[in-house]
Design a protein. Sequence first.
Length: 131
Amino acid sequence: MNKASRAKWIPFVLLALVLAGCPSVLDSTITITPGVPSDGSSIVSGVWYPNSSSATLQLTAVVSPSNASKKSVTWSATYVSGQTGQVSVTADGLVEISSSISGVMVETITATATDGSGVTATFTVNGSNFS
């Protein structure tokens, strides 16, 4: 079989691999696991309720499947309601509550896969204890 003949078969081989259940970008997921809050506060159903300013919480993101080509994520914090700019997240997933917080706030922490798939996972910080 010459090169031109082999090239014609490549799309069919790729289609066969997808149909056979090989993992694809669409099968990727991210799971966020929280550590222990520095202030002893609670995490209920994936929502952190910090009870002190300057509190921190380490988040860990796991990208699946195990054979994903890129297993890294970028972290971001997004204002939802209440006081803005009261929560930040580092590149390593450390969530920090501002020392100047004085009112209720809700923010979403997002882990985004760096493989270009657009796959995300979220974690909520609810500062209702600051009302």
